[in-house]
Design a protein around this ligand. Structure first.
Ligand code: XMP
Length: 182
């Protein structure tokens, strides 16, 4: 298994992620199984790519896929406070249920902004599924409807999460050595 030298330790193993996503997929499938409209999954690029790819395959439901960019972070590790949403194509949810899929819930700014954005684009209902929750960093009191793992206040990489676009390919979630955190 590839372990980059900048990694301090592995926090969540690939197998734990796989098992947790199976449970999340079953729960979401059960919750939306009586929905008349297809579930529109909004995948927040780029950090959620690996998570969404695995989660979507566990949904035994009619699903639509929308990708967006949401940037609140620059090249460093601290939030700028401003959230900008850029969809890959023009979006109108046409009164269907929306599930926001994101990698990590940190200050809460991104999720709060995305919920408002989905409502403004005519979502019938908006729920969120987040791989990692860092509740100790919350500045805005938002909660995700589905959470993979609760993590401590450390900068995490892997399984889609990056530092300056590196490490997204790791199949596990790891913590960087302090000297590599800018
Ligand atoms: P907010 O603060 O808006 O942040 O809840 C959500 C976004 O912040 C990024 N983020 C991280 N990215 N490792 C990362 O690679 C981290 O430990 C981390 N903490 C926050 C991430 O882009 C997320 O969508």
């Amino acid at each position: 298994m590839y372990v980059p030298p900048q990694l301090d330790h592995i926090l969540i193993q690939a197998e734990q992620i796989r098992k947790r996503i199976e449970v999340l997929g079953d729960t979401i499938t059960r919750d939306y199984t009586s929905s008349e409209a297809p579930l529109t999954c909004v995948v927040v690029l780029r950090g959620s790519i690996l998570f969404a790819a695995d989660l979507l395959r566990q949904l035994a439901l009619p699903v639509r896929l929308v990708t967006i960019r949401a940037s609140s972070y620059g090249a460093g590790t601290s939030s700028s406070g401003q959230v900008t949403v850029t969809p890959s194509e023009p979006v109108d949810f046409s009164h269907s249920p929306v599930l926001l899929i994101d990698d990590i819930l940190d200050t809460g700014r991104t999720l709060q902004h995305l919920r408002q954005w989905a409502v403004e684009h005519h979502a019938d209902s908006v729920k969120s599924c987040i791989l990692l929750d860092k509740p100790s960093r919350r500045e805005i009191p938002v909660k995700a409807d589905y959470v993979g793992f609760t993590v401590p206040d450390a900068f995490v990489i892997g399984y889609g999460l990056d530092l300056n676009e590196e490490f997204r390919n790791l199949p596990y979630i790891g913590v960087l050595k302090p000297e590599f955190i800018p």
